[in-house]
Design a protein around this ligand. Structure first.
Ligand SMILES: Cc1cc2nc3c(=O)[nH]c(=O)nc-3n(C[C@H](O)[C@H](O)[C@H](O)COP(=O)(O)OP(=O)(O)OC[C@H]3O[C@@H](n4cnc5c(N)ncnc54)[C@H](O)[C@@H]3O)c2cc1C
Length: 495
């Protein structure tokens, strides 16, 4: 099978798809606040994120320069000292693809990690990596040695420490979130101490920082699990949407050789969320001589036109479902684990300054999946929002992270909406998000925290029942509240 068909018609494998490029953060931007365009009336420094809707004034933006570990720690200590002296908050970020200011310090000092080092330990099946290294660089370096990341998100643009800080998940199975595949990390605390956190040392901090959105310190490096790279081939199964949760669990139990798995639902309004497609990847018999990791294939790029053509067009949505279910299985061929994971976000960029791609994600137990489908059918259909894609994953239980979203095994549903950048678009999205979160909480589920800050504080408390403990630890371990971002300002500070 030619290289371009391997990644195929399925629009970037398990990828959440979409966005960005044009709406990344930047300095001194005249951009969006709420939903109205602002004129640049002053020379303030601003920072935005992937949503294009989080423009926030900051005082200073520092990009790390040092490549040696010691140099980096000294650089960070100096930044923290200056921030403390000037009464500023600090927030670190890598790609700033979170969508609600989770990596932006209001009127504070932003730090962006750009440095790179990676060291393999084959005996332990781990690698040590600098905090800001992006996944495409990690994949390339592991690939050359025959390895692959254990767990990462579906796109490869993000920073590895960010992945730990949001406790991200992907579509390799049957793993829990990325925190479960992290052995240890080093971080600089508010008092300048550089400490190791792991399951053996500073365990309380380790569990707080895992999924803790950078509120406890600056991570400088991590030790992560790796697995052998492999050649995989997909199998496709069509089924009624309501049966998806049960089918995924059954498939994974029946065949431990499955290494990657995801699902899709149809999104056309006529039969919205009635049908599902489950795709599972197993190793082929031939594991010799794996090809070098590929980037986004020709078909992934070409499929952008179908993907974007869905906007306001039910016929194209229908056609895409036909392509996914009927053409994909014919053309979808072998790929390596690394090539499947190496998908850039930019592939399906909307290139439309009047709209923005907004992600939502919900975690429900597999047996509540039919109730989840019903909730989505009622709530999303009643909104004006354009849902272009939903990807379904399996996430194993996470008992470690204080802000765990998977206190039991979960089906994760990642949705990509194309939102109008207007007041009415934003108001409708906020209302719809809160309605959907209420329905998900009713069935014992949780919503994901790196996206738009539309949830209420009450919904945060009901979704994340240990958030009170998290807030208490934050005040105890960072009494000067040096590390702050919009997740603190809008949510945790009010708990
Ligand atoms: C197109 C798209 C696809 C996505 N797919 C998935 C997916 O498949 N699975 C999934 O789980 N999520 C997914 N997400 C969400 C994504 O994982 C988060 O938005 C993540 O934060 C992105 O990484 P980043 O480098 O942009 O993080 P940033 O936004 O830069 O940072 C995220 C958080 O980490 C903190 N942080 C970063 N570096 C450090 C550090 N060195 N020390 C301390 N704190 C730090 C920041 O302060 C912030 O709170 C997706 C998002 C997009 C836009």
């Amino acid at each position: 099978m030619g290289r371009w068909t391997r990644r195929g018609f399925l629009l970037a494998g398990g990828a959440a798809l979409g966005v960005l490029g044009t709406k990344r953060y930047g300095d001194e931007l005249p951009s969006m606040v709420g939903t109205q365009s602002l004129q640049p009336t002053d020379r303030k420094l601003y920072m935005n994120d992937a949503s294009g809707l989080s423009q926030t004034p900051i005082k200073h933006h520092f990009i790390t320069e040092q490549s040696s570990s010691n140099g980096l720690v000294e650089e960070i200590r100096a930044q923290l000292k200056t921030a403390q002296a000037e009464g500023q908050s600090v927030a670190v970020g890598a790609a700033r693809h979170s969508m609600g200011g989770q990596a932006i310090p209001r009127d504070g000092r932003a730090i962006t990690f750009e440095h790179d080092f990676l060291e393999l330990d084959k005996a332990k099946s781990t690698y040590r990596v600098a905090a800001g290294v992006r996944w495409h660089s990690i994949i390339k370096q592991l690939d050359a040695a025959g390895y692959s990341p254990a767990v990462m998100q579906s796109n490869a643009d993000f920073g590895v420490a960010s992945t730990f800080c949001v406790n991200a998940h992907g579509w390799p199975v049957t793993f829990g979130p990325a925190g479960s595949t992290t052995r240890s990390l080093k971080m600089v605390l508010a008092n300048g101490e550089h400490v190791i956190c792991s399951r053996q040392e500073n365990q309380e901090l380790f569990n707080l920082v895992m999924g803790g959105y950078g509120l406890f310190g600056v991570i400088t490096e991590l030790e992560m699990d790796m697995v052998p790279n492999s050649r995989l081939t997909p199998t496709y199964e069509e089924l009624p949407a309501a049966g998806y949760g049960e089918a995924m669990v059954k498939a994974l139990k029946a065949d431990p050789s499955i290494q990657m798995a995801y699902g899709r639902l149809n999104v056309d309004r006529g039969s919205f969320f009635d049908e599902a497609l489950l795709i599972t990847y197993r190793p082929t018999d031939d594991q010799g001589d794996l090809p070098e990791v590929a980037g986004s294939g020709f078909m992934s790029k070409a499929s952008r036109h179908i993907f974007r053509g869905q906007l306001g067009n039910e016929r194209v949505k229908n056609w895409r479902w036909y392509v996914e279910t009927d053409v994909g299985p014919v053309l979808g061929g072998e790929s390596t684990r690394n090539s499947l994971m190496n998908e850039p976000v930019i592939t399906l960029d909307d290139r439309d300054p009047a709209r923005t791609d907004i992600l939502h994600e919900y975690f429900v137990s597999p047996d509540q999946f039919p109730a989840f489908i019903k909730a989505c059918q009622e709530v999303i259909s009643a909104s004006y929002q354009e849902l272009l894609n939903i990807t379904l994953r399996y996430v194993a239980q996470d008992d470690e992270s204080v802000l765990s979203y998977a206190w039991e095994p979960r089906i994760a549903a990642v949705m990509l909406f194309s939102q109008e950048m207007t007041q009415r678009g934003e108001a409708d999205m906020a209302r719809m998000t809160r309605d959907l979160i209420d329905r998900v909480i009713e069935i014992g589920g949780a919503y994901y925290l790196p996206y738009r800050p539309h949830a209420t504080v009450g919904q945060l408390k009901r979704s994340y029942q240990r958030v009170g403990e998290f807030a208490e630890a934050k005040r105890r371990l960072d009494p000067g509240l040096l590390f702050r971002n919009n997740f603190w300002d809008a949510y945790v500070s009010q708990v």
